[in-house]
Design a binder for this molecule. Structure first.
Ligand SMILES: [Fe+2]
Length: 128
């Protein structure tokens, strides 16, 4: 689809929100539940790479878009994902400061994924 289907009046614009979670990450911040806290902390580790994959996937097709509204939405989406990535990087750095071996976990995660190729293949399939 090369025409925006976003309803009139709805825009895709980056929101420059900042979150300082360093204090909360020293606790079992998710309902005082160790599993839920660890689960969502682990989820955050994957977000910077995941957000970058979203950006890369959209960039692959950006030049084919002619609808000005959709082009603007793509620009907003890329900006928004970049901001998400920044916040998750800071979140992950806070976990690192807390003692988590983030570098080892990142390395392990990267060895076991090839989501970029899968995402791109799925987008091509949707386009066909
Ligand atoms: Fe995002």
């Amino acid at each position: 689809m090369t025409i925006s289907s976003t309803p009139d009046g709805v825009t895709v614009k980056p929101r420059h929100l900042r979150f300082d979670v360093r204090t909360e990450l020293r606790t079992l911040w998710h309902g005082n539940d160790a599993f839920r806290t660890a689960f969502f902390n682990a989820l955050s580790l994957q977000f910077p790479d995941g957000e970058q994959q979203f950006i890369n996937a959209v960039r692959l097709y950006r030049d084919q878009i002619t609808d000005p509204k959709l082009k603007e939405e793509i620009k907003g989406f890329i900006g928004q994902e970049a901001l998400h990535s920044r916040e998750h990087k800071e979140y992950n750095e806070a976990l690192k400061a807390r003692g988590y071996d983030i570098d080892a976990l990142d390395e392990r995660f990267r060895k076991h994924k090839d989501n970029r190729g899968l995402l791109e293949a799925n987008l091509r399939e949707l386009e066909a």
